[in-house]
Structure formats: structure tokens, C-alpha cells
Design a protein around this ligand. Structure first.
Ligand code: IMP
Length: 203
């Protein structure tokens, strides 16, 4: 299939979100792939015009590959709450407002859940990773992790909605958990594994 990504490559991580950039850097490092974030390269953030995680990941990866001339990986991800019809979904970052304040975003999730009267607090994190080549086609891989939302938030590790999300089979939130353990089961890791499987040279 592809096999374009190989040891020694340096790729752009098409994000300005440092939480995502560092998690992805840790996933790629053992494969001998160096990552640099779009933020660090001073690339502009494209408008997220897509209607799905996959479309938005594609937009971001293609913009970064075109602007840098390098292989690019973009992550579009978010929290989907079952009782809120999948919200905030692709709007997960936007619920943090202009200052990306996730304390506010978590409060909004909790408020809307309480207002809905729902007792079902199930949610999942979903991640779409797009892999774009400057002059080639873009591939998209997705991953998901199921869990339950708690209130109040717990833990200061991770980022975004991590302090209110307890993955199935565990008692700690992603905000309390050792980051290495989060990386073993996360939506991002699951999408990443599929990306690596499609790159023959890395297996
Ligand atoms: P995006 O940059 O539009 O993809 O925004 C994704 C948003 O989803 C992030 O800003 C976080 O709020 C949330 N999100 C995605 N992945 C995670 C995660 O692993 N933990 C917590 N929040 C996440």
C-alpha cells in the first residue's frame, strides 16, 4: 500500500494543540520518527470546515503538507456524549470558547447532561488521524475509546476533557492516569496503530 513513512523521517504534526502534539510525538518516537508541530513551524491553522472528524483531519494534514513540503499527520478528535446526541463532537475545541478554557467546556457538558435529565453518562473520545504527502493522496484512520463521565473533574494530567472521562475497565480519569497508560488505550493510539499498519516499512 503506502510504505512511505520510514525511520529517520521528520514529519509535521498539523496541530497547534500542545497536548495532542506531545502525545503524538511520544507515539512516533519509538519508531525513529521525529515530529515537529505546525505551531513550532509557524504554519497557519486552516479553518475547520469539515462535517466530520475525518474531513477536518484531512483539511489540516493537507494544508500542513502543502505549506511545509513535508509528510504531515493531523489529528481531529473530540468527546461524544451519548445522551447529548454526540455533542460536543467536532465542536469539542470550540466549547472551550475563545480562550480554549476546558474548565468551562467541562462545566457545559455537565450542565447540559443535568438539564437533559439523562442518567446515561456514557461517552467516547474519537480520533481521526490523517496522513498527507505533499504530492500524494491523503489517508485517514480512526480510533475510539468508550467510557463514562464523572463530576467534579479529577486530575491535572492530560488535556481537554481528560479530567471528567473514565475509560471502561478503569477507575481513574484520563486526568489522573499515568500518561503512558492513557497512551496504551486512547482513541489517538488506536488510530495511530492503524496508520502504522498501513506503512509497511515501519512494521
Ligand atoms: P480539534 O483540535 O478540533 O481536533 O479539537 C479537539 C478537542 O477535543 C480538544 O481541544 C480537546 O478538547 C478534545 N480532545 C481530543 N482528544 C482529547 C483527549 O485525548 N483528551 C481530552 N480531550 C480531548
Amino acid at each position: 500500500m503506502m510504505g512511505d513513512l520510514k525511520r529517520g523521517d521528520r514529519i509535521v504534526i498539523a496541530t497547534h494543540n500542545e497536548g495532542k502534539a506531545s502525545e503524538l510525538a511520544e507515539l512516533f518516537a519509538p519508531l525513529g520518527i521525529e515530529t515537529v508541530s505546525a505551531g513550532a513551524l509557524g504554519l497557519k491553522e486552516p479553518e475547520e470546515t469539515g462535517e466530520s472528524f475525518a474531513e477536518n483531519a484531512e483539511v489540516k494534514a493537507e494544508a500542513a503538507a502543502a505549506a511545509s513540503g513535508m509528510l504531515a499527520v493531523a489529528d481531529d478528535s473530540g468527546l461524544e456524549v451519548a445522551s447529548l446526541g454526540g455533542a460536543p463532537g467536532i465542536h469539542s475545541a470550540r466549547w472551550g470558547g475563545p480562550n480554549k478554557d476546558f474548565r468551562l467546556a467541562m462545566e457545559r457538558v455537565n450542565r447540559e447532561l443535568e438539564a437533559s435529565g439523562a442518567t446515561d453518562r456514557r461517552a467516547n473520545f474519537t480520533c481521526a488521524l490523517a496522513f498527507a504527502q505533499p504530492a500524494g493522496k491523503t489517508l485517514v484512520f480512526t480510533g475510539k475509546v468508550d467510557g463514562t463521565l464523572v463530576w467534579p473533574p479529577r486530575g491535572t494530567r492530560g488535556f481537554g476533557y481528560d479530567p471528567i472521562f473514565v475509560p471502561d475497565g478503569y477507575t481513574e480519569t484520563f486526568g489522573e492516569m499515568d500518561p503512558a497508560l492513557k497512551n496504551e488505550m486512547s482513541h489517538r493510539m488506536r488510530a495511530f496503530e492503524k496508520l502504522i499498519l498501513s506503512n509497511l516499512a515501519l512494521r
